[in-house]
Write a protein that binds this ligand. Sequence first.
Ligand code: APR
Length: 257
Amino acid sequence: MDDMSSFEERCRNAARLIDGHSSIMAFTGAGISTESGVSDFRSPGGVWERYRMVTYQEFIADRDARKGYWRMKSELFRELSNAKPNAAHIALAALERIGKLKCLVTQNIDGLHQDAGSSPGLVIELHGTNREAVCLSCSKRWPIGVVNSILEEVDFEPLCDECNGFIKPATVSFGQAMPEEEMVKAFRCAQESEVLIMIGSSLQVEPAASIPRFAAENGSKMIYVNRTETASDHLADILFRESAGKVMSRVLELLND
Ligand code: APR
């Protein structure tokens, strides 16, 4: 691990590593979106400092928990509705365009990778998306704006107009099953990855955090970009503690030189 060399030197090493390989994978977390004005979860002032976490089981069983969850979501939607992709999202889309990035696994639900120009087919959303809501009984889906616009009217308890089931954003809550197809695809990508770029995750949440570990176990080189320590920094061949936008825009500049 070369966390002692200068920023510029680490950027050059990262660009060289990317340049020398053809199967690059990105793994992103909430930290890639903070420069777009979207809060992460575990930094000071993050989501889990401001709101009580509601598990899937609580959502199903407890009316107050359900209402509290929707209140939290309606506040967070305000943050999200103004968010635009930042330099790090844009750099990943550029890496795809030059034929380097073969897959992008994200824990994020904000859709900013797609807004930045990453192909929807390349992006694997492990924790679902906040852009849609789903009926937990009959699986009917709505654009999130449709449900968000009626939340106050229905006192933060939206119910399906077909079957009266509970409506929830199409995200994966704690205690909820991970999407099978996405998990299979993500592990396959990790197995095939020659270089993995991890951006903005504390890597504390399983099973997502085991994906970069699996890539490293299968011989992938690892570039970590995270402002604070993560649960598996020891795996990083190149470690950045700088912000995602700063690192990724410099690495892209060097690749384009
Ligand atoms: N540049 C680089 N790193 C950053 C930046 C930035 N601009 N902003 C924040 N970070 C780092 C933080 O230091 C932190 O370590 O990003 C990390 C974000 O970690 P978490 O808040 O734990 O987010 P994440 O790892 O995505 O959380 C995983 O937990 O509750 C859930 O389901 C939610 O998908 C989420 C999962």
